[in-house]
Design a protein. Sequence first.
Length: 195
Amino acid sequence: MNGKPASKPNIAIISASIRNGRQSHRVALYFQKHLKENKLAGVEILDLNKYKFPLFEERLNYLKSPSADVIDFAQKVRSADGIIIVTPEYNGGYPASLKNVIDLLTDDWSHKPVALATVSDGIFGGSQVLTSLQFSLWKIRAWTVPAMFRVPNVDESFDKNGNPAGKHTFAKTTAGFIKELLWCIEAKSRMKDFK
Ligand SMILES: Cc1cc2nc3c(=O)[nH]c(=O)nc-3n(C[C@H](O)[C@H](O)[C@H](O)COP(=O)(O)O)c2cc1C
């Protein structure tokens, strides 16, 4: 890989929180800015708060008349070379909004490199989410990237525009996290002719 993929990959950031006054979205903004400014990838935030999907009733493949939003979301996941999921921790798990869209798609998750950023307002950075979220993504055959990005004390760590605001700059963790995602994307691209 020589540090850089052959061409710039396309990364979708799923911002999972739809809570009033949410704070984890700051981390999605941070990644968007980081990827753009460092010219590492084409990037788009898939904001579940904007999509406002209804509760899951059936997988996209089985929906008779899926909404334009559902089709749009699915196409963006499908066309992304890799995904970053930014999720808060709610009662030790990930939010229903995120389960809603994991279950919505089927083959689109298969072999998709997915990196997980977990967020909380406490000291543990939402890391308890990983057990359930990684298991769901494994079941649906996504490739979860084995690098963690934990954001503790999110209200102090990032400002509203997604700039690191606390003592911790996140620079080193970000570099390692993104490098690992890009590595997985590159590895997958080299396997495209493999049957
Ligand atoms: C319903 C609910 C449950 C929560 N459970 C946890 C938890 O188990 N562990 C934790 O560290 N923080 C927990 N928190 C605090 C969240 O990590 C914090 O509110 C964070 O900002 C959530 O992300 P959001 O603002 O994007 O919704 C909880 C918050 C809510 C609203």
